[in-house]
Design a protein. Structure first.
Length: 265
């Protein structure tokens, strides 16, 4: 008899979760959701002070735990450091949330080479390299009925053409969405799923200036009339990371209140 109890279907208690960029913005929202539901969360970003502060606040909530591994993902050598540290502390990994990312907005006529190097390295190349580095830990946690999960934080700007001049960012997110599908095919055989959440507007450091300037216009352009909340992204990650999301593999989920289906005419 199937167990349809909500705590069994959507439970993530005691699961080991790594959230890159987990101290701020969308990453912080996701970290909080997992800690609130009893998971063992490790957050990783280059701002050690922000990581320490976030962990202090998350641990005060109770249920789960939060710890951090400071790492600068712009530096390739830091990837192996994170994987080794995670192996030492936890020995396995149930859920990897690839959330770290950067953006670069500049006019088309002056858009520099450096923007492509910086944005594609962090948003695309490092996601592959970190996933590759922790795959043995994901395999160690996986079972047939409860595979390990890779959750990639994409963007609706990788699904549609944004008005802003963020050429490298849009391309990197479109690339991430497809890379996630490619990984789903290869890693599925190893009992690891790979899915993408293509986020619409959320209150984050990356969106801060845009929301301050165009907040009302952005909210009114969303069919549901608001920007995303912490519950929206945390809930989606918890579903993908739980028994309820165990058979989802290779999906790109638009988490945007209907932004990309909004008619302009």
């Amino acid at each position: 008899m199937a167990n349809m109890d909500v705590n069994t279907l959507f439970g993530v208690k005691d699961k080991v979760v790594l959230v890159t960029g987990g101290a701020k913005g969308i990453g912080r929202m996701i970290s909080e959701g997992f800690v609130a539901n009893g998971a063992r969360v490790y957050i990783s970003s280059r701002d050690a002070k922000a990581c320490a502060e976030a962990c202090k606040e998350l641990n005060a909530m109770g249920k789960g735990t939060a710890d951090y591994i400071a790492a600068d993902f712009y530096k390739e050598e830091e990837i192996a450091k994170v994987a080794a540290e995670l192996k030492k502390r936890a020995g396995k990994l149930h859920i990897l949330v690839n959330n770290s990312g950067s953006n670069w907005g500049e006019s088309y006529d002056t858009y520099p080479s450096a923007a492509w190097d910086r944005v594609l390295n962090l948003n695309l190349k490092r996601v592959f390299q970190l996933t590759q580095a922790v795959t043995p830990l994901l395999e160690a946690a996986a079972t047939k009925d409860d595979p390990s999960r890779v959750i990639n934080i994409g963007s609706i700007d990788g699904l549609r053409v944004p008005a802003l001049e963020t050429f490298a960012y849009s391309a990197s997110k479109a690339g991430l969405h497809h890379m996630s599908r490619v990984l789903a095919s290869h890693l599925g055989k190893r009992r690891i799923t790979s899915n993408t959440i293509a986020c619409g507007p959320f209150q984050s450091k990356m969106m801060k200036a845009t929301l301050e300037k165009f907040g009302e216009a952005i909210a009114s352009s969303v069919p549901l009339g608001r920007i995303g909340s912490p519950e929206d992204v945390a809930g989606t990650c918890i579903w993908l990371g739980s028994r309820g999301g165990a058979w989802v593999n290779g999906a790109t989920i638009a988490l945007d209140g209907g932004t990309i289906v909004a008619s302009k005419l």
